[in-house]
Design a protein around this ligand. Sequence first.
Ligand code: PLP
Length: 350
Amino acid sequence: MARASLHIDLGALCANWRALDALSGSSVRTAATIKADAYGLGADKAGPALAAAGVRDFFVAIAEEGASLRRALGAGPAIHVYGGHMAGDAAAIRGAGLIPMLNSIEQMTRHFEILPGHPFGIQLDTGMNRLGMEPVEWAAVAELALGQNPVLVMSHLACADEPDHPMNAHQLHVFRDLTDGIAVPRALSATGGVLLGPAYHFDMTRPGIGLYGGRPFEAAQPVVRLSLPVIQARELAPGETVGYGNTFTAQGPMRLVTLASGYADGILRALSGKPMLYHGTVACPLVGRVSMDLLTVDVSALDTVPQALDLICPAQGVDALADMAGTIGYEILTALGPRYARSYSGGAKG
Ligand SMILES: *Cc1c(COP(=O)(O)O)cnc(C)c1O
């Protein structure tokens, strides 16, 4: 079989959630952000595992994700939608019992007209200028909105992965200015904000990337292993070249294997010639360009031709790959394509 395998350790996922939860006080609810199919790992598996571990609040990006997450979770956990209430969303919001984070006066008007009495939250913009009501809008509608009993008032930090960035304290100040004294639960922080300390925790936190083993949660357990099968092996003579563009030339005799995955599977072409592929602890360099469906690897360091090599493993995590590709772990994870055979182990423990 030439299908590569993506293994997801649900036990590590849940352990990461518990570790992040332990960083805030017992009165702070730790939610889980599992938008974009749980950062590419499978929300239908990650969601129920996290729910069994104690997660009562989930966040997704759009209503359609919320509806399919509801099918996986069943009744019970709250599912919040960052994108709010868009035209056409009412049936999904009502049917799946979703909680839209209303981002504008337009969304608020829509929600109150079409789904009066249906739970909602409010997202405020505290400086990122991406989602949420502006302070002047909030000033105009806060009284009306609060009269309808929102379940949450939230905002999002732009620079929380840089603890010393002055934007963090600035957004905290703006958020408090807009919300101090209201009797509604508040949430400001994702993974980075959890690590900034108690002033940033309020009543709920919403980590995502840290659950999946990514920076800035350096203490995270690795969640993902990506193993790529060897399709073919060959011996190269000095001077022979490898792959598109002849970008690699064998300096001496070497053994090369071809693996069944490429940039169509999310192994970014920018990684060409950069990462190692692991056979246990032995590192074998990727050589030549990443193709759409194939990679070429120098396995001269191995005694035998392996059946598969690991691209993501404890020796080389998603952030190491991200650094090599000039991107972030979030993009490495969410790029992991549908062609992989996803398998799962672990789950709720204790
Ligand atoms: C994606 C997202 C999160 C989770 O962020 P991480 O950095 O992955 O922890 C939280 N809140 C909002 C508004 C988001 O868009």
